[in-house]
Design a protein around this ligand. Structure first.
Ligand SMILES: *[C@@H]1O[C@H](CO)[C@@H](O)[C@H](O)[C@H]1NC(C)=O
Ligand SMILES: *[C@@H]1O[C@H](CO)[C@@H](O)[C@H](O)[C@H]1NC(C)=O
Ligand SMILES: *[C@@H]1O[C@H](CO)[C@@H](O)[C@H](O)[C@H]1NC(C)=O
Ligand SMILES: *[C@@H]1O[C@H](CO)[C@@H](O)[C@H](O)[C@H]1NC(C)=O
Ligand SMILES: *[C@@H]1O[C@H](CO)[C@@H](O)[C@H](O)[C@H]1NC(C)=O
Ligand SMILES: *[C@@H]1O[C@H](CO)[C@@H](O)[C@H](O)[C@H]1NC(C)=O
Length: 410
């Protein structure tokens, strides 16, 4: 009951936060301008649209369909195109009036490209200069004084959150147009570490064989389900109990060798192979939808997808609320006793016992030992408790409070 309550609150607060943080919607703003459909399409495809929606005080330098086709003629990869387009998002608010009132007639504006870490030096800045005859020119900061891209017209303005203006042609930037590392050079573990999957990423880094399998699959398509830090941390004693081969299979089991967007996961129910699947060793995961939720199931337990950490085709990474356990390495817990109170009491000493077990670090046979007790419950319970504890954190309290106010207003 407490759990249901929590989930409901979490869901509602998430929705609330989501709405509150999206003051504007660039896709929607551009939808009224038929000559900008290509630009709009690629903002979504490169996931820049959601980044634009998250920010305020910005200016989008929009390119019409003709300007976009001149850009696309060069066949940039989607990653390069993302850099080029992010160079067209200024981190300041400029409408027509402000462009003509720039102090001393010239300014340098930082762009979203500058924030990506891919822009060497000041190559992520745009020079804006109020030229003679009422023209406003734009150029790369390091473009040897060439300012041959011009302001055309104002398209949309939500002062002072977002301004969308048309410019005459793509801004030339050698840095932004440079070939961009594809997903194989993308540091997956860094991404995971930075977004709540550090324990899993560190475990993966400590296992070169499993890490290699993940790397080999990034170019052709990869979906990773990474258990959140709290449940993964609680699970480590059990992981350490596995044999070397067991550890590798266990880690590989969290990767699926194809790219799956959230929409695909929602529409494809059923068993799927994992990177650990190898002939007789099935290591399957069963994907199931439960309303808006996507859950992953094995013979041992069920975990829920709690968020999208990365979704850039061909790689997607989702976070899980629990450590999903493959039936090949762990046994299903015996049906738990109906009374929850004794189960909780029984878990407490077990947790401290596992700490001692870790100190001993005795290698044990792979298949049986970790499954010798209804440990599935231990992990689950710990995860729930941690989730509940996190819920008491300031963010959720604040969100919950706003939600509460919101409900009062209804
Ligand atoms: C501008 O953004 C802020 C913060 O997201 C938001 O509260 C406000 O409503 C936005 N203003 C307009 C006019 O949309
Ligand atoms: C933004 O607008 C587009 C088109 O109107 C819509 O499909 C999309 O769901 C909106 N996105 C958000 C985050 O509201
Ligand atoms: C504008 O020009 C004056 C005189 O050259 C200079 O002192 C001032 O710092 C400039 N202001 C800006 C914002 O560049
Ligand atoms: C922008 O470029 C023009 C032309 O090269 C130059 O005169 C001006 O100083 C530059 N503006 C800034 C702020 O660097
Ligand atoms: C990713 O970063 C980690 C350290 O942050 C490093 O150990 C690892 O080798 C990097 N991987 C790649 C593919 O560069
Ligand atoms: C690890 O294996 C030992 C020996 O089989 C067992 O007693 C212990 O409970 C296991 N620890 C965990 C955390 O599964």
């Amino acid at each position: 009951m407490r759990r249901l309550h929590f989930l409901l609150l979490l869901l509602l607060s998430t929705l609330f936060l989501f709405q509150a943080s999206n003051a504007h919607n660039i896709t929607h703003l551009l939808a009224d301008h038929p000559s900008f459909t290509t630009f709009n399409h690629y903002l979504s495809l490169t996931h820049l649209a959601s980044e634009i929606n998250r920010r305020t005080t910005i200016t989008v330098l929009a390119l019409d369909n003709a300007a976009m086709s001149s850009l696309l003629d060069k066949n940039p990869s989607i990653y390069t195109l993302k850099n080029i387009l992010s160079y067209h998002v200024l981190l300041d608010y400029f409408n027509a009036k402000k462009l003509h009132q720039i102090t001393n007639g010239t300014a340098l504006a930082a762009t979203m490209f500058q924030t990506t870490g891919s822009a060497p030096g000041s190559s992520g800045f745009v020079n804006i200069t109020d030229l003679k005859g009422g023209k406003v020119g734009f150029g790369a900061e390091d473009n040897a004084g060439v300012l041959d891209t011009y302001f055309v017209k104002e398209l949309e303005a939500v002062p002072y959150n977002i301004s969308v203006i048309q410019i005459s042609k793509p801004l030339p930037s050698a840095a932004a147009a440079a070939p961009t590392p594809g997903p194989s050079e993308m540091n997956l573990t860094d991404r995971m570490s930075a977004h709540g999957c550090k324990v899993f990423a560190d475990t993966l880094l400590s296992n070169p064989e499993a890490m290699g399998t993940f790397k080999d699959n990034t170019e052709g398509g990869l979906t990773v389900f990474c258990p959140g830090d709290d449940p993964m941390k609680a699970f480590l004693p059990k992981y350490k109990n596995l044999t070397a081969a067991g550890k590798t299979s266990f880690l590989e089991f969290f990767g699926v060798p194809i790219y799956q967007s959230m929409a695909m996961l929602k529409s494809n129910n059923g068993p799927t192979n994992t990177l650990a699947t190898d002939g007789a060793s099935k290591f399957d995961i069963t994907v199931q939808n439960d309303g808006e939720d996507v859950t992953l199931k094995t013979k041992v337990n069920t975990a829920k997808i709690t968020g999208t950490l990365l979704d850039e085709e061909p790689v997607a990474i989702y976070t899980l609320d629990k450590v999903l356990m493959p039936g090949e390495l762990f046994k299903a817990a015996p049906t738990p006793a109906p009374a929850p109170a004794p189960a909780e009491a029984a878990d407490a000493p077990k947790a401290s016992k596992s700490k001692k077990g870790k100190a001993k670090a005795a290698p044990t046979p792979e298949a049986d030992s970790p499954a010798d007790s209804p440990d599935g419950d231990l992990a689950d319970q710990t995860a729930d408790e941690n989730a509940a504890r996190r819920f008491e954190g300031a963010t959720f309290l604040a969100a919950g409070f706003s939600l509460f106010l919101g409900l009062l207003l209804l």
